[in-house]
Design a protein around this ligand. Structure first.
Ligand SMILES: Nc1ncnc2c1ncn2[C@@H]1O[C@H](COP(=O)(O)OP(=O)(O)OP(=O)(O)O)[C@@H](O)[C@H]1O
Ligand SMILES: [Mg+2]
Length: 243
């Protein structure tokens, strides 16, 4: 693995996940350095691999999309891009929830509802999953938040509303650039009581299809052994680098 600038500087690792490493930011506990790895996992960690240069693409794509959202009134944890694979963010108190927004049926939704992949949804669907590797990220709803003390219900509701606003912005942006935003996952946290978008927005966490050919331009190429994975990430990088 390419050494991170943070590691070279001897900064303390706070957390290592499957796709990213969080480092402390010297002199300011309110900030974090996020390092994007090339490691790729799928099916809750059962399939593992490396996607060459993914870390660089994902750092740049996330930074650009956080900027796009900011320009459209959506605040996030993003402060600055520090290096090819690192960004500076605010350190948030994370909601242990993954918010999945869907515009077109694919993956588990297509299976669950018995519809073909590719069926356009007349209204977006928002799903909540409890972030827990041991439990395999089970689907939950707002009543679980209160019953299992997973956070403030009002924060989850606000995050859900922000997720729907983000949907309009991202859907339009990708549509103008030849891609269909099928679905994606967002994470949120709070800073001084304010709900902010966090984590990443990348082809690891979105399904994007070519509008014309419906070819997949995201991590499904890795999940389903379709080849051309790096090219797919590069295509999204090229589009978002114009922001
Ligand atoms: N601004 C932030 N402040 C604090 N924690 C954050 C922030 N943004 C993201 N995180 C957390 O950082 C971690 C990033 O790690 P990573 O995405 O690699 O792994 P993971 O989420 O644990 O696993 P996976 O993504 O494979 O489900 C996540 O736990 C995420 O919730
Ligand atoms: Mg993650």
């Amino acid at each position: 693995m390419k050494k991170s600038v943070a590691e070279e500087r001897g900064l303390k690792k706070i957390y290592e996940g499957k796709a990213k490493i969080l480092y402390e930011y010297p002199g300011d506990e309110g900030k974090l350095i996020t390092y994007f790895k090339d490691d790729a996992t799928a099916f809750n960690g059962q399939k593992r691999g490396i996607i060459m240069n993914k870390g660089e693409y994902n750092n740049a794509i996330s930074a650009s999309l956080f900027k796009l959202l900011k320009n459209n009134g959506i605040e996030s944890h993003f402060i600055d891009k520090l290096s090819d694979r690192e960004m500076l963010t605010n350190h948030l108190k994370m909601l242990p929830v993954e918010f999945v927004v869907r515009n077109t049926a694919a993956g588990s939704l297509a299976k669950k509802m018995g519809v073909e992949e590719g069926v356009k949804l007349p209204y977006p669907v928002v799903e909540l999953y409890f972030k827990s590797d041991e439990l395999g990220d089970p689907m939950i709803n707002e009543t679980y938040i209160r019953a299992f003390d997973l956070g403030e219900v009002k924060d989850v509701e606000e995050a859900k509303n922000i997720a729907l606003k983000i949907n309009e912005i991202l859907r339009d942006f990708f549509d103008k650039n030849g891609l269909l935003l099928v679905d994606y996952k967002l994470e949120f946290g709070t800073l001084s009581g304010k709900v902010l978008l966090a984590d990443e927005i990348t082809p690891d966490t979105m399904r994007l299809w070519d509008k014309v050919t419906l070819e997949k331009v995201d991590k499904d190429r890795f999940r389903r052994d379709l080849g051309g994975i790096e090219e797919a990430y590069k295509r999204v990088y090229d589009i978002t680098s114009k922001i």
